[in-house]
Design a protein around this ligand. Structure first.
Ligand code: FE2
Length: 296
């Protein structure tokens, strides 16, 4: 199976109003549609659905969508899922377009229970989003960004994603975190072992979007300091993808990473490393006290 990248992300939230201002005003995503049930569809580039926010009784991940290059790739992926013995639901035609703005998708669960989807044929209007912060987001052949999940059944979950075509880019030397790619983005998927005692809760730990322009990241940082959201970390540069970024706490308590300038992997020369540290500098936790002082 040859995946093109992270395609879309579906979130459910108990705080949809807070999310709307956070996503649009602070992070700088674009509003694509507002559904009658209050669901918000957000755009990041020329696609009409990249992130869905659904009002719900609980917060969490509804689904994570990974993209195939074309219909043939999608059909081959269905065969791979069958060979893996995965229980799946295939959605096509108008139902797929209504639900995900794609030609077809297949939904199933990973060993940790997250709903994973594979799809092809995303709806696009060809107009790349210019963020209110004066920059486009880096997507294209690198996909939407990356997601980082804390999972139980860690080894089994890693092997599951490897069977779907993800390639290990690196992992931390303590074995607690593994980073996977499916295109030149250094990692589109990060997995953390819930049993490793990191203290991080189960589920989506963070979602990363990458700005073309560093100044846009600075504008998001300023918007946080001006009271738009609570900083989770300071600026820093990661040791693996070399992303210059910071983390901000979303209305649901997990983090978004807003970054700029990550590397592209050359498949012919990439070497899988054991990482001693995850950041070369920075990414220091911002204490509640400091965050509150910044909000005054
Ligand atoms: Fe990240």
């Amino acid at each position: 199976m040859r995946l093109a990248g992270l395609g879309y992300l579906g979130l459910c939230t108990t705080r949809i109003a807070d999310w709307e201002s956070f996503a649009l005003d602070v992070v700088g995503l674009g509003l694509s549609a507002r559904e009658p049930d209050g669901t918000l569809r957000l755009r990041v580039d020329e696609r009409l659905h990249r992130v869905t926010l659904r009002p719900a009784e609980e917060s969490g991940v509804d689904f994570i969508g990974w993209e195939l290059h074309d219909r043939a790739g999608f059909e081959a992926a269905l065969e791979t899922l069958d060979s893996m013995g995965v229980a799946k639901e295939v959605v096509t035609g108008q139902d797929a377009m209504d639900a995900r703005r794609v030609a077809a998708y297949v939904a199933f669960r990973d060993p940790a229970g997250t709903q994973v989807e594979l799809f092809h044929g995303p709806l696009s209007d060809g107009r790349r989003l210019m963020s209110r912060h004066g920059s486009t987001f880096v997507t294209g052949d690198l996909g939407l960004g990356h997601v980082f999940l804390m999972v139980d059944r860690f080894q089994e979950t890693c092997e599951f994603y490897e069977a779907l075509g993800f390639r290990l880019s690196d992992r931390t030397a303590d074995g607690a975190f593994s980073f996977y790619r499916c295109n030149p983005r250094q990692h589109s998927l990060g997995l953390g072992d819930l049993g490793a005692g990191t203290g991080l809760p189960a589920g989506l730990q963070h979602f990363m979007v990458q700005y073309e322009d560093l100044d846009a990241v600075g504008h998001v940082y300023d918007a946080c300091l001006q009271g738009g959201a609570r900083l989770a970390t300071t600026f820093g540069r990661h040791s693996n993808d070399r992303m210059l970024s910071f983390y901000v706490t979303t209305p649901d308590g997990w983090d978004m990473e807003v970054g700029h300038g990550g590397i592209r992997v050359d498949e012919d020369t990439w070497v899988v490393c054991e990482l001693e540290i995850d950041s070369i500098w920075g990414h220091r936790p911002v204490s509640a006290q400091v965050a509150e002082a910044a909000e005054v």
